[in-house]
Ligand binder design. Sequence first.
Ligand SMILES: [Mn+2]
Length: 353
Amino acid sequence: MTFDPNDTAAADSGIFGLPFNAENSLLQMIPVPWEVTTSYGDGASRGPRAILRASHQVDLFDLETGDVYKNGYYMIDPPEQIEAWNKEFKAKAQRVLESIEDGSIDNDKEALRLQDEINKKSEQVNQWVYEQAKRIQSESRFAAVIGGDHSTPYGLIRATAEKFDGNFGILHVDAHADLRDAYQGYRHSHASIMFNVMEELKPKALVQVGIRDFSPGEFEYIESNPRVHTFFDQVLKRRQHRGDSWQKICDDIVAKLPENVHISFDIDGLTPDLCPGTGTPVPGGLSFDQALTLFATVVESGRRIVSFDLNEVAEPEEPVSDWDGNVGARLLFKLCGWTLVSNGFNPSRGRDA
Ligand SMILES: [Mn+2]
């Protein structure tokens, strides 16, 4: 393979400028350009392409994960069919939203019909993601999802739940609890992902970090469910103000996780300056370095990252900069590296080294 990691990536090269494909990559990313149930800002459907473009700027050698990327990272081409569905169904969702906002939804037959149509299409998207993840995992490779809004990783988490027969947990970094039992009539809403995961896929634990926006119902769900451990952002900040180190806090977070971990990372779990384009930004949140220390702590504890998703990285239609994609790509590179290292792949001896 003629590939020099010191070179500048060609514009048409793969994720991170790497030359891998579906056959020779150990970790494969499934881009899901879907954000039909988003209720506020838009742009998450353009996340995969924004990350792909910005990823060419990421230098490959990493202090913590070395050259483990040599085992191969590959992102499937963003599926044009889902991009087309996204466009078509976002217009329908807009019609539904108008009916919800003027309070006429209960008697609005057309809006109810559209809601139903959107629910069915969401299931189709989930099924597509599930089939991709199943195929990748059955080939003994690692699968990841790049959203899209936070509804997009459901199919991947389902595949992981099956692979480990329920013996897995979720590390969920987010500003939002995402524990609503449907939202705006959408069963597969971005705001319901962790409720659906808990009720249908039944992980051993859901460990939430950075949560600072939630409804009374979600708070009740957290309080009454012994499998949910929520590290509210406010509590994390108070602990730090009182002198607890971030490392001590990470140790406490990781202690709640079982051995096999799926990381579900909503970019708005970070401080808003790191994701200015995201749909529902909330003040507060983790710094970039705090997120990296959290990943490192998971791996150093001996736990395995078995799959992950990165979602809600957004880009406006006419981007003023590639900042959102840039932060997303760098976070993604760390997630990829730690996934392989946590599964015993030695950074200094990659497949092609
Ligand atoms: Mn969120």
